[in-house]
Design a binder for this molecule. Sequence first.
Ligand code: AMP
Length: 220
Amino acid sequence: MIVILLGPPGSGKGTQVDQTCQKYNLLPVATGNILRNLIATNNICEKSLAKMMGTGELFPDEIVNNLVVEAINNNVCNADYTYKNNYKGLLFDGYPRTVGQAAFLENILNKINKKVDCVLVFNIPHSMIVERITARRVDKTTGKVYNLISMPPPPEVIDNLIQRIDDTEEVIKNRLNIYKKQTEPLIEYYSKSNLIKNVDASKEFEITEKNISLALQEFV
Ligand code: AMP
């Protein structure tokens, strides 16, 4: 099963990744996390690129596409295109973000006899987004995402939490504009192949989790 999570920043995609991947044995491919790790370990040295993370601008398609190819190559056998490490599929979070990336993904999946099964669109009123994002905290060791309001962290991890540099009110506006212009057109792109399933992501974590299970049940 290959699933894409699509939705504006703050719609709660990241908080659902762990649970969904565990439940269906999917490999998470979260390009934002991969890029953050590369920056933290000085593997993206070009300052202008590293700076993009703080402004919400999108990295060039070529860079992100190459990271996705690497993640797929590391987890799919060359010989028969089965998944390694007991995975049963892939879950993309934050990728594709442009129509160009979507076309590229289709192409590379084609080459390994696979296709996207479902695109889950996380719907949330824009008025909730700023509140959600400014309350987001990330465990700097595990990368696990919490929300001070909707998914409070357990006391033992509180000292290990950080706020992302792009989770400020000012940057959020830019990220939303970029989402509207460059990523939202993907809804139309994937509608053409009937891949879209809408998820009401405005409720509590458990309700969204249930909505995801309902949307995915026909692919299991
Ligand atoms: P995210 O963690 O998905 O919110 O991503 C954080 C930041 O990483 C984004 O604001 C972009 O700067 C960059 N990024 C992540 N995924 C992509 C992508 N698919 N294409 C371009 N830039 C990306």
